[in-house]
Design a binder for this molecule. Structure first.
Ligand SMILES: NC(=O)c1ccc[n+]([C@@H]2O[C@H](COP(=O)([O-])OP(=O)(O)OC[C@H]3O[C@@H](n4cnc5c(N)ncnc54)[C@H](O)[C@@H]3O)[C@@H](O)[C@H]2O)c1
Length: 446
């Protein structure tokens, strides 16, 4: 019992004195902002990533994420407040380890927990008494207990005695200038009382507010609820958009009117489909778990169906609008504006623009794109057969040469009056041209 107290008290003291070394595994969209929050709070951070090229860039003071500033990063490296490495054998040097690795779906749309499990094995290889391990990757309830705990227990060390374990979901919202890791309240659920206490102490230094959940599972379920809530509500407005389009009612105006209700309504907006690493994926972790327990998650599946249909809807509408001008999609020049999945980010993961590209190419459109944040199309797991493409300059000549300009992402950098002025036909899936006065007769929406 004394050994337990010693382990826990020692780590607690290190955290209190900001002498604990924070190790972040997975230096991506979630991991890097977390490093920024902990270093800003006065902790020394180690960063672990299997991608050596990312580690090299970071060590050279070069950020690969748009909203993480390279100069600030270079300073952290120079002052030795942040040490990125691909050497997992150094995990034993960290006192607190936070896991931020990907949680995708596999080809049959089941959870792919291989990244989490691989990371757990790496931690286990150097696990020592007095370490705290926190999983942040989004996943279904029970993952920490079922997929991480046994790997760590296999070392012979006891959770809650020798080392400590918790789950704390990441709520990063890339591109949102109003919130960053440090200003977003954090939910924390510990394996036991001590694990919960230590995690709350640690995060308490770096984030504005820590919300204690009573268990690992409550914290895990909380994140999935948040993401499912978004997926379902976006599906609702997407479905209504199709109906209101038919009725000649402007869905965006309807939402703007509805959101004047000061209670009981939160605005969600339609679009060309769902994108990003989270909303199109995470709810299906729960669907998989429900199936295992002989239950269904009908809302999630229906939302998935509605949202997944949106790119096809957009392409069908585009076909109709070109048809009005006696043009087939086949052979028409179409420019997609915005390959990132949402406004002002450089993240193309799961972006519906890729599905739009694929569908339009299949119908013979002559395609190109512009995205100020995505200079060249990266290789995507599910779109490996798309041709290599680079972002085109958004000049008057380029716009004028297109049969249709399809606005898929409403980046702030776009000058929409300019785009409308120089295009022959604009298909707007984001209500981005709402404020454009001149040339409205050229704008269609879907
Ligand atoms: N991006 C978001 O906005 C966001 C928001 C909330 C939650 N999340 C969740 O956070 C987790 C991470 O997402 P992300 O967007 O940061 O992903 P990311 O792809 O940007 O970063 C993950 C990093 O982990 C690295 N990695 C993969 N396997 C590894 C391993 N075994 N050891 C060490 N590093 C490894 C990859 O090289 C990559 O750099 C996911 O579960 C995601 O669902 C993401």
């Amino acid at each position: 019992m004394d050994a337990v107290r010693t382990s826990c008290e020692r780590l607690s003291r290190l955290i209190r004195d900001k002498q604990a070394v924070i190790g972040v595994i997975g230096l991506g969209y979630v991991g890097l902002p977390l490093v920024r929050a902990f270093t800003a709070a006065g902790f020394r951070c180690m960063g672990f990533d299997v991608d050596q090229s990312k580690v090299d860039k970071l060590n050279a003071g070069e950020s690969y994420i748009k909203h993480i500033d390279s100069a600030a990063l270079a300073q952290l490296i120079q002052e030795k407040k942040f040490a990125p490495t691909a050497n997992m054998a150094r995990l034993g040097e960290a006192d607190c380890i936070i896991i931020c690795v990907p949680t995708p779906l596999n080809d049959s749309r089941d959870p792919d927990l291989s990244y989490i499990e691989g990371t757990a094995r790496s931690i286990a290889a150097t696990l020592r008494p007095g370490q705290l391990v926190v999983l942040e990757s989004t996943t279904h309830p029970t993952t920490t207990r079922t997929n991480v705990l046994p790997v760590l227990e296999a070392t012979g060390l006891k959770c809650g005695v020798d080392y400590f374990l918790a789950f704390s979901p990441e709520r990063e919202d890339p591109g949102n200038p109003h919130f960053q890791a440090a200003t977003i309240p954090k939910v924390v659920g510990g394996f036991d009382e001590r694990s919960g206490d230590l995690s709350c102490e640690m995060y308490g230094h770096a984030v504005v507010k820590v919300v204690r959940a009573s268990s690992l599972e409550v914290a895990e379920a909380c994140k999935i609820l948040e993401n499912t809530y978004r997926a379902v509500n976006i599906a609702l407005v997407n479905e209504l958009k199709i109906l209101y389009d038919k009725l000649g009612i402007d869905v965006w105006e309807v939402i703007d009117a509805a959101k004047t209700k000061p209670f009981g309504f939160q605005a969600f907006y339609p679009g060309p489909g769902l994108g990003g690493h989270c909303i199109p994926i995470d709810p299906f972790y729960l669907t998989w778990l429900a199936r295992k327990h002989g239950e269904q998650t009908r809302f999630i599946e229906l939302a998935g169906e509605v949202n997944a249909h949106m790119p096809q809807y957009v392409v069908n509408r585009l076909g109709e609008f070109l048809n009005e001008q006696r043009k087939p999609i086949n052979g028409s020049r179409v420019a997609i504006l915005g390959m990132a999945y949402k406004k002002d980010v450089d993240d193309p993961r799961e972006s519906p623009s890729f599905e739009l590209l694929k569908l339009l190419l299949a119908r013979g459109a002559v395609l190109s794109y512009n995205d100020p944040h995505v200079p060249a199309l990266p290789k995507m797991r599910h779109y490996s057969d798309l041709p290599a493409m680079c972002s085109q300059d958004l000049t008057a000549e380029y716009l004028g040469a297109q049969d249709c300009v399809l606005i898929a992402t409403d980046h702030s950098a776009y000058d929409f009056p300019f785009i409308v002025r120089h295009s022959r036909l604009v298909l707007d899936t984001r209500n981005a041209t709402k404020g454009v006065v001149e040339g409205r007769e050229k704008i269609r929406r879907a």
